[in-house]
Design a protein around this ligand. Structure first.
Ligand code: FMN
Length: 357
C-alpha cells in the first residue's frame, strides 16, 4: 500500500502536469483502464456522448436498462427540477432486447467501447430470459441488474426493497450468465438496511454491487396544485443524493470490503468521485451531470487522477476504501502521514452516529 500524504497543493511534477497515477481498476475480474463509467439511463448506449469525447477512453458505457419487450415509458411530464437535482419518471422506455442487441450493442462493439449491459424486468422469469439472450452475445463486459422494478407477481413490490426477492433475481441472472462475465446488482437506497440487501444479493451470486439507484421523490406544482410528474412519483438524482450514496457505499464496504462497488449518485467533479473511492468504490458512474455537461465522464476521470496525485497516491486502487483507515494526528507544520490500518468503531461511536438520525 502506498503511503498517502495529504498536501495542501499540487506536488511538483504531478498535479500541474499529466498526473502520474495508475487509474486501472477492477470490477470483479473485469479490468478497466479508467474508473469512470456512464450511469444507466443517462447516456442511452453512448452514441450521443461520442461526439463530445472518445467513449472508448472511459471505463465503460453502462447502457439504459433494457427489458424483454419494447416499452414507451410513462406519460409526460416525466422530468421535474429539484434543488440540487432532478426527478424523473421515464419508466424504462426502450426498444426491447432484440433491437438493442442488433443496433445499440452492435454500435458499441464496432466503436470498440466496453459495454456494461443493464437489464430490468417485471418478473424473475423476465430477468432469466434477458440473461439467457445475453449469454451468447460477445463483447458484453458485465451485466448490471437493475432490481428497482416492481415485481408484477408480488403486488408491485420493488425487488430491490426486499432481500429475498432481490436475491431471487440475482440468483437467476447469475445462473444464466456465462461464468466469466461479472454480474453487478444495482441497489436502491430506499431500504432500512442496505447492508442486509447487499449481503443477500452477494450470497445469491452477485460479483459486485452498483449503488445507488435514484431515491423515490415527489414534487407538487404550486400553480396547478397537482403533482408535477404525470406518474406522481419519480426518482431523485443529482448532487442532492450524494451524501446518501456515499453513506451507502461506506456502510457496505465496511461490512464486505472484498466486494467490488461501482459507486454513483450526484457525482459532478473529480473530488465528488474521490469521495466514493475513499468510501470504498472501485469505480464510479456519472449520470445526471451529463445532461448539462456531456463531456463530464472524461473530465471527471482527469480530475480524479489529479486529485489522487495531489494526495500522493500512485494508484487508484490504493485509495479505494481509504476513509476506513486511521490517520495519524497531523505533525505540526508537516503533511499528515497515513498509518493505513482499519479501525473498529467502539460502541460509543456507534451510539453517537445513530443519535444524528
Ligand atoms: C433520466 C434518468 C434515467 C435513468 N434510468 C435508469 C435506468 O434505466 N436504469 C438504472 O438502473 N438506473 C437509471 N437511472 C439511475 C442512474 O443510473 C443513477 O443510478 C442515478 O441517477 C444516480 O446517479 P446520478 O445522480 O449521477 O444521476 C436513471 C437516472 C436518470 C436521471
Amino acid at each position: 500500500m502506498t503511503r498517502a500524504v495529504i498536501t495542501h497543493g499540487p506536488r511538483p511534477g504531478t498535479a500541474e502536469t499529466e498526473p502520474d497515477v495508475d487509474m486501472t481498476t477492477w470490477l470483479a475480474g473485469l479490468e478497466l483502464p479508467s474508473p469512470v463509467l456512464t450511469a444507466s439511463g443517462c447516456a442511452a448506449a453512448g452514441r450521443e456522448l461520442d461526439q463530445f469525447f472518445d467513449i472508448t477512453s472511459i471505463g465503460a458505457v453502462v447502457t439504459k436498462s433494457i427489458m424483454l419487450n419494447p416499452r414507451s415509458g410513462r406519460p409526460t411530464p416525466r422530468m421535474a427540477e429539484t434543488p440540487s437535482g432532478m426527478l424523473n419518471s421515464i419508466g424504462l422506455q426502450g426498444p426491447g432486447i432484440d433491437s438493442f442487441l442488433e443496433r445499440d450493442l452492435e454500435w458499441l462493439r464496432q466503436r470498440g467501447a466496453r459495454a456494461v449491459v443493464s437489464i430490468a424486468g417485471g418478473s424473475v422469469d423476465e430477468y432469466t430470459r434477458l440473461a439467457s439472450k445475453l449469454r451468447h452475445v460477445s463483447d458484453v463486459a458485465a451485466i448490471e441488474v437493475n432490481i428497482s422494478c416492481p415485481n408484477v407477481e408480488d403486488r408491485g413490490q420493488v425487488f430491490a426493497c426486499q432481500a429475498a426477492s432481490a436475491a431471487e433475481v440475482v440468483h437467476a441472472v447469475r445462473r444464466n450468465t456465462a461464468p466469466g462475465i461479472p454480474v453487478l446488482a444495482k441497489l436502491s437506497p430506499d431500504v432500512t438496511d442496505i447492508v442486509e440487501i447487499a449481503q443477500a444479493v452477494v450470497d445469491a451470486g452477485a460479483d459486485g454491487l452498483s449503488m445507488i439507484n435514484t431515491l423515490l421523490g415527489m414534487v407538487i406544482d404550486t400553480d396547478t396544485m397537482r403533482p408535477a410528474l404525470a406518474g406522481v412519483t419519480g426518482g431523485l438524482s443529482g448532487p442532492a443524493i450524494r451524501p446518501v450514496a456515499v453513506r451507502c457505499v461506506y456502510q457496505v464496504h465496511a461490512a464486505m470490503p472484498e466486494v467490488p462497488i461501482l459507486g454513483m449518485g450526484g457525482i459532478r467533479t473529480g473530488l465528488d468521485a474521490l469521495e466514493f473511492v475513499l468510501a470504498g468504490a472501485s469505480a464510479v458512474s456519472v449520470g445526471t451531470v451529463t445532461f448539462n455537461d456531456p463531456s463530464a465522464p472524461a473530465r471527471i476521470g482527469r480530475e480524479l487522477a489529479l486529485a489522487l496525485a495531489e494526495r500522493g497516491f500512485e494508484s487508484l486502487s490504493d485509495a479505494v476504501g481509504y476513509a476506513h483507515r486511521a490517520h495519524e494526528v497531523p505533525v505540526s507544520g508537516g503533511p499528515v502521514a497515513a498509518r493505513g490500518h482499519d479501525v473498529e468503531p467502539d460502541a460509543d461511536d456507534e451510539l453517537e452516529a445513530g443519535a444524528e438520525g
